[in-house]
Design a binder for this molecule. Structure first.
Ligand code: FMN
Length: 267
């Protein structure tokens, strides 16, 4: 019995949703896959969920790998929640296909529109807009919890066909191989005080402190946790980020992020 909820997050939106769901589904275990935790689904949990952000109209590398490696049990009920800034496109269909290849059925796949954390394209949305999005998200979480608790099948959320083809099939496939080296655009300004939060928070262990400053090792997953959580806002990406406000989910704290990397929690 119970639910095993795996989550991956860069700025806490997915963790927040995972926690909200856990509070509504009795006997839920939350497990971070940020630290490569591929622990098999608990034998006693009959529902298995994955909560994650959409990256470049598809699955982040870690989630893709997780779906390929997680314990497979055809008798379990599998569901997924994809957080996104408004363009889920065919991300959940990609997950469904990956699971199908392993003989598993994604019974339900839900998208949740949330504030975008993609800072190269702009800073945090105004607080009022964030509030409105979380209120909407709360309603959807309520619905998801009902469907999941009854172990119902539901249509997989997706974007319009042209976006699924152009963005998820074409652009995702072109961008995905470039992601590990996209960290070349990170740089650190004079505000860096060598606290090493960036090194600790990086799920890919891609940051090494060198002479008291972060250096990126070209195995980036573009979760953007380093730039968004830097307490001094000293990490930049390209030319425009010095002028952009940082973002993380207002109810998720740095300690939640760091804690989640190593332990799972019963809620
Ligand atoms: C590298 C990257 C790519 C993204 N690509 C998309 C995308 O294709 N479509 C979309 O709607 N949102 C996209 N986003 C926004 C995130 O999916 C969204 O902000 C999500 O809520 C972040 O969740 P998290 O806080 O759990 O990391 C992207 C974010 C990042 C960092």
């Amino acid at each position: 019995m119970g639910t095993c909820l795996y989550y991956y997050t860069g700025t806490g939106n997915s963790l927040w949703v995972a926690r909200q769901l856990a509070a509504k589904l009795q006997g839920t275990e939350l497990i971070s896959i940020s630290a490569g935790n591929t622990a098999p689904a608990k034998i006693d949990s009959d529902r298995i969920g994955i909560v994650f952000p959409v990256h470049m109209w598809g699955l982040p590398r870690r989630v893709k790998n997780f779906a390929r490696e997680m314990a497979a049990d055809r008798d379990k009920y599998y569901f997924a929640v994809a957080l996104n800034g408004g363009q889920v496109a065919a991300t959940l269909l990609q997950l469904k296909k990956l699971m199908q290849a392993r003989g598993l059925t994604l019974a339900a796949g839900f998208e949740i529109h949330s504030p975008s954390n993609y800072i190269p394209w702009g800073g945090a949305a105004p607080a009022e807009e964030q509030k409105r999005m979380f209120a909407e998200a709360g309603k959807k979480i309520e619905r998801i919890a009902g469907i999941v608790s009854r172990k119902e099948s539901a249509p997989i959320d997706k974007g319009p066909l042209w976006k699924n083809i152009l963005l998820s099939s074409l652009l995702y496939k072109l961008s995905f191989p470039q992601v590990p080296k996209m960290d070349k655009k990170f740089w650190v300004d004079g505000k860096c005080n060598s606290c090493a939060v960036c090194e600790k928070i990086c799920p890919a262990k891609n940051i090494v402190m060198n002479g008291g400053k972060p250096t990126w090792q070209n195995r980036c997953e573009q979760c953007l946790a380093c730039i968004q959580w830097c307490p001094k806002e000293a990490i930049q990406y390209g030319k425009k980020t010095p002028g952009y406000a940082r973002y993380h989910h207002p109810e998720i704290k740095l300690t939640d992020m760091l804690h989640g990397q190593i332990v799972s929690s019963k809620q």
